[in-house]
Design a protein around this ligand. Structure first.
Ligand SMILES: Cc1cc2nc3c(=O)[nH]c(=O)nc-3n(C[C@H](O)[C@H](O)[C@H](O)COP(=O)(O)OP(=O)(O)OC[C@H]3O[C@@H](n4cnc5c(N)ncnc54)[C@H](O)[C@@H]3O)c2cc1C
Ligand SMILES: NC(=O)c1ccc[n+]([C@@H]2O[C@H](COP(=O)([O-])OP(=O)(O)OC[C@H]3O[C@@H](n4cnc5c(N)ncnc54)[C@H](O)[C@@H]3O)[C@@H](O)[C@H]2O)c1
Length: 475
């Protein structure tokens, strides 16, 4: 390709980058995306899709075992090789032809190589063979280079060459034993997957599990993991990592004990992929997350935008794509002089990043949450009331699985009588979440929710029980 100028340059063709380019093109602009690995990014090949594929079969098997009648028909074990083979289909065997075709059909140009800012609206693309191309943007450069696994500074850890989420999601067999450092989303999901495969899993966590969520989420997930045979070591941190003679990983812990396993997974959060993208050429600091306003534009620039993980706003695919839609549209609006809708909840801002981020943690039980936890709402100064209910008491839940165990919480803003946050924990609660997201985003008054009648006997009757606990509206 000899072309060197587009309206919009997007560095990084993950889910966020693809979407921002798509919206810009739909807004009448030309766009190119630069990708150094696979078009589709982390989510398609090393994160959401392969991790959920590794989890789904075990969850389905346990779901069948939890229903009398079906339970008796389950006579075999999980076919682990078939699970990995199914995962391979979801990643298209790490081939991005399908995503490249989509770019073509969307009218988005692709440059394969590493993108690096060289100044205002200017980017150098270095291809794998070393060839370089200097390109420029008429209107905007969007950074969507994502995040990578964070390796904590523990002596011996990096040198021991542990798994990160990339290796855990792309492995082709299950190790005999697995140590996991980190009790967040990756740690608990991968503990669930590998324990389902028969791997002896030990999870080391310095705090409680899923610490950013309601405390009962981590407690119920811990119970679920232990039922799968996972050993959870809480309140401890690794101080040193060694490889022993037989190739095992040995972890020294700060309580003086040591643990070992044949594989080690580090799941301690993410770091921005901004170390080598030329941020210094425009006065920003390499290695930092990129700060943006609610239109996803970097303060102090009229041409620099960032979307997705690299903004550190909400490290989730759906939120990155949401940001991308707003950013692509606002770039097109600003370029063409169309009105900019940058008021809260306007078309050109990512307001939900602050108020209503939905997330499902695909553990067993699942955790589905949106908006603020009770602790976060209090910290933000809201006058709240917390309503809890045991999901197992719902007729739909008891039909769904024998001895169904789970819990729901709604956090109500008492001054406005609207929901600030909702959390469900239990088998198959993921699909309950969107109703909660609509209630939080729509700021639906509690009184009106009484008229949203859940069908009997579904698990959605949890809404009726939460409202009953809260109380009928006064006359
Ligand atoms: C194990 C795991 C499971 C997850 N599961 C879920 C889930 O179930 N649901 C969910 O919503 N989120 C999940 N996430 C989070 C989700 O994967 C991320 O939020 C999402 O992938 C971020 O998308 P992005 O486009 O911002 O970045 P990425 O997908 O990381 O894309 C960035 C792209 O930029 C490219 N790039 C980087 N630097 C350059 C450069 N200089 N030049 C050219 N290209 C470059 C990279 O190669 C990459 O393709 C999970 C994360 C992990 C680690
Ligand atoms: N289902 C999903 O939506 C899904 C699944 C996986 C990942 N993700 C996203 O990916 C991101 C990364 O997930 P993650 O699990 O790596 O991060 P996380 O922030 O969820 O959890 C990190 C964990 O590591 C611990 N930790 C951090 N530093 C440590 C250290 N030095 N020593 C010991 N423990 C340490 C933390 O206490 C925490 O328990 C998350 O922000 C999440 O949004 C989403």
């Amino acid at each position: 390709m000899t072309r060197t100028n587009w309206d919009v340059i997007v560095i990084g063709a993950g889910s966020a980058g693809e979407n921002v380019a798509d919206r810009a093109v739909q807004g009448g602009l030309s766009a190119v995306v630069i990708e150094s690995e696979l078009v589709g990014g982390e989510c398609s090949y090393w994160a959401c899709m392969p991790s959920k594929a590794l989890l789904r079969s075990g969850l389905a098997l346990r779901a069948a075992k939890s229903v009398g009648g079906a339970r008796e028909a389950v006579t075999g074990e999980l076919d682990v090789a078939a699970v990995f083979a199914r995962r391979d289909k979801f990643t298209s065997n790490w081939n991005d032809d399908g995503q490249v075709s989509w770019l073509e059909s969307a009218g988005i140009d692709l440059l394969r190589g590493r993108g690096r800012l060289t100044g205002k609206k200017a980017v150098r693309v270095t291809a794998a063979d070393g060839t370089q191309l200097e390109i420029t943007a008429n209107h905007a450069v969007v950074v969507s280079t994502g995040s990578a696994a964070l390796m904590p500074d523990v002596p011996g850890l990096a040198e021991s060459r542990p798994w990160t989420s990339r290796e855990a999601t792309s492995a082709h067999s299950a190790p005999d034993s697995l140590l996991i450092i980190g009790g967040g989303v990756v740690g608990t999901e991968m503990a669930t997957a590998y324990a389902s495969f028969g791997t002896r899993v030990t999870l080391v966590t310095r705090g409680r599990l899923l610490g950013a969520l309601e405390p009962f989420a981590g407690e119920l997930v811990a119970t679920g993991l232990e039922a799968l045979g996972v050993t959870i070591l809480s309140g401890v941190s690794p101080t040193r990592v060694r490889r022993s003679g037989d190739d095992a990983f040995v972890l020294d812990l700060d309580d003086g004990s040591e643990v070992s396993a044949s594989e080690l997974l580090v799941a301690t959060g993410r770091t921005p992929v901004t170390g080598d993208i030329g941020l210094d050429s425009i006065g920003l600091t390499p290695g930092d997350w990129i700060q943006v306003d609610d239109t996803l534009r970097a303060p102090g620039f009229d041409w620099l935008y960032a979307v997705g993980d690299v903004t550190h706003r909400a490290l989730l695919t759906h939120q990155g794509k949401y940001q991308a839609r707003a950013a692509g549209d606002v770039i097109a609006a600003r370029a063409t002089g169309a009105p900019v809708r940058d008021e809260a909840w306007g078309a050109h801002v990512a307001t939900a990043d602050q108020a209503a981020v939905p997330q499902v943690t695909f553990t067993d039980p699942e955790v589905a949450s949106v908006g603020l936890t009770a602790a976060a709402a209090e910290k933000a100064g809201h006058r709240i009331r917390v309503v809890d209910y045991e999901l197992g008491q719902i007729a739909g839940a008891s039909l769904h699985a024998d001895r169904y165990r789970g819990r729901a919480r709604m956090v109500v803003d008492e001054s406005r009588q609207v929901m600030l946050g909702v959390t469900f924990v239990g088998p198959d609660v993921a699909e309950l979440l969107h109703a909660a997201t609509i209630a939080v985003v729509g700021e639906v008054p509690i009184d009106r929710l009484w008229h949203a009648v859940p069908a009997y006997p579904t698990m959605s009757e949890i809404w009726l029980r939460l409202l009953e606990e809260y109380g009928r509206p006064s006359a």
